[in-house]
Ligand binder design. Structure first.
Ligand code: S3P
Length: 447
């Protein structure tokens, strides 16, 4: 999103039960990848259910600048005609990835092993985020990087046409870094290997296979994974049906759980086991969530979620190992914890400090402003639940998930909760206010 846009303060107020049978927008991770991989494949990929949020639209523009043809039918079906791995053209202008960390990091991997120079920039949030985590392994292929402020965008990537294959052990659990390395491997002669000590979302591995790439995944003795592919590869166009985003489903899900007598069905949600940590956690907290209609589509597990507010949530300890499977869901889990009986401890949230904002700090500040008892111990966040006083103003720091999480907090609070800027919501969940409003959520422009 544009950081020069005027802020749009919004507040939410105690709502009572919410109900509805809804579809949230398409999964952001899968949407980005469908456009990128479609643009690298030979032939035309049809994509249905694409998330038409600002982050993904930035990726569509990026792929166009690199030579792919990306179009949208009136009914919302997208078509991507690829140029083939190795045949991207040098963009003639700077690529603006907006707010999208996934966009810039995966694109960096793609262009690193093409003989072109690409300039990336982004909004004020993206320009604070560390790119060294991709620049370091991608430099080993032979690419060169120029960044400002010790690894922040704007960033120039000088790609190599003599890429050397790399074996890389991830220093942090990150699907973005894993994917950047795998994507650089597509146009590299030889075998590229990524070892991840803690498994992170595997949409890249699944979707590359769907496009005809032989991706080898081994489960290691310590529970981590070794992922490898041998390039150069040829990718064949393959249609994608994008499931709905579990990270967006999280907001109506928590809204239903904290408002007794709520009943919400959320359709066609991506239930990839590396994305379902929040569902596991909320069920452990006593939440009434049922999965129905489970099925497979384009290499991903999909199902419907039926959520009611009939049980009061209870505080639990959320183990560190679960963090990669729910990394984007901690802000809204902190909201659920604010309404739960007792203490919820969320362990090892270090990675939250380098998201669209420093989410650990932003969540703590938002809880503080609304009278929720909490503390940070090392990288753990501990929230004590009960009646939520509300009445506070929350700074969103250009972070869509901070904005949506605190708007959900207000739906059960004694006094309305305001966020200073609802604009960032458009990056991932453009119809959030409308969809939640139709289910009974009370939102109002805040002056
Ligand atoms: C994503 C990976 C995660 C997540 C992000 C999307 C992806 O980031 O937070 O929203 O699509 O690969 P990290 O890989 O940095 O954990």
């Amino acid at each position: 999103m544009s950081s020069s846009q005027t802020k749009r303060p919004l507040s939410s107020a105690k709502t009572g039960p919410i109900s509805g049978d809804i579809r949230v927008p398409g999964d952001k991770s899968i949407s980005h990848r469908s456009l990128m991989f479609g643009g690298l494949a030979i032939g035309t990929t049809k994509v249905t259910g694409l998330l038409e949020g600002e982050d993904v639209l930035a990726t569509a523009d990026a792929m166009r600048k690199l030579g792919a043809t990306v179009t949208r039918d009136e009914d919302g079906t997208w078509h991507v005609t690829g140029v083939g791995v190795g045949a991207l053209r040098e963009p003639d202008s700077v690529i603006d990835m907006g707010n999208a960390g996934t966009g810039i990091r995966l694109m960096a991997g793609i262009v690193a092993t093409h003989p072109i120079t690409t300039f990336f920039t982004g909004d004020a949030s993206l320009c604070k985020r560390p790119m060294g985590r991709v620049a370091d392994p991608l430099s080993k292929f032979g690419a060169q990087f120029i960044t400002r402020d010790r690894g922040r965008p704007p960033m120039a990537v000088i790609g190599t046409d003599e890429a050397k294959p790399v074996t890389y052990t991830l220093p942090m659990a990150s699907a973005q870094v894993k994917s950047a390395v795998m994507l650089a491997g597509l146009n590299t002669t030889g075998t590229t290997t990524v070892i991840e000590p803690k498994p992170s979302r595997d949409h890249t591995e699944r979707m590359l296979r769907h496009f005809g790439v032989d991706v080898d995944v081994k489960v290691n003795d310590d529970g981590g994974r070794t992922v490898s592919l041998t390039g150069p590869v040829e990718m064949k166009a393959a249609d994608i049906v994008v499931p709905t985003d579990p990270s967006s489903a999280a907001f109506p899900m928590v809204a239903a759980l904290i408002n007794p007598d709520s009943h919400v069905t959320i359709r066609d949600v991506c239930l990839n086991p590396l994305r379902t940590g929040l569902i596991t956690t909320l069920i452990e907290m006593g939440g009434d969530i049922t999965i129905t209609n489970e099925r497979e589509e384009a290499g991903e597990t999909i199902g419907d979620l039926v959520v009611t507010g009939k049980n009061r949530l209870k505080g639990i300890v959320v183990p560190a190992e679960r963090a990669p499977s729910m990394i984007d869901e901690y802000p809204v889990l902190a909201v659920a914890a604010a309404y739960a009986e007792g203490e919820t401890r969320m362990c090892d949230l270090e990675e939250l400090r380098v998201k669209e904002s420093d989410r650990l700090a932003a969540v703590a500040a938002g809880l503080e402003a609304n009278g929720v008892i909490h503390r940070i111990e090392g990288d753990d966040l501990i929230v004590t639940g009960g009646v939520v006083p509300g009445g506070g103003m929350v700074e969103t720091h250009l972070d869509h998930r901070i904005a949506m999480s605190f708007l959900v907090l207000g739906l059960g609070a004694e006094k309305p909760v305001a966020v200073d800027d609802a604009n960032p919501i458009a990056t991932s969940f453009p119809n959030f206010e409308k969809l939640m409003g139709e289910m009974g959520a009370k939102f109002a422009l805040h002056s």
